[in-house]
Ligand binder design. Structure first.
Ligand code: ZN
Length: 134
């Protein structure tokens, strides 16, 4: 079994979105795959991966503001760890994204970036990246 590649992300806020496009592209470059598929995955229950606009930072600000309204931090939850909201948000956004690779580059739209979403930080997190040729 091949070693899983990836990188670490240190978050410094309770809820935040960090653009990890460059790090993911770096893994694709290391693998020297010209054409294929890249899977980006987080092995956590209170963090997520998504793709969204990376041009206007207000998009990320609005995103985190609204998701915190959709799932309030306190709402009579029973989970003893006290972070049920983070678990819910992580599942809503999802734990992975699949991105095409063409000419050794991630196929992303002009305004798209890959985001690591922290919902219970600050923490040290892992992002796994699997690159498949084809
Ligand atoms: Zn928990």
């Amino acid at each position: 079994m091949s070693r899983i590649t990836g990188f670490s992300v240190q978050t410094d806020k309770h809820t935040e979105m960090i653009d990890i496009t460059r790090q993911v592209q770096g893994v694709v470059r290391e693998k020297n795959v010209d054409r294929g598929i890249c899977v980006v995955y987080v092995p956590h229950t209170t963090a997520a991966i998504t793709i969204n606009e990376n041009a206007d930072p207000d998009v990320v600000r609005d995103f985190t503001m609204e998701i915190n309204k959709l799932v309030p931090w306190e709402d009579g939850y029973r989970h003893a760890e006290g972070n049920s909201a983070a678990h819910l948000k992580a599942s809503m956004i999802g734990f992975s994204e699949t991105i095409l690779i063409e000419d050794g580059r991630l196929v992303l739209g002009t305004w798209q970036g890959i985001y690591f979403c922290e919902f219970d930080g600050p923490r040290s997190r892992k992002v796994y990246v699997k690159v498949m040729e084809g």
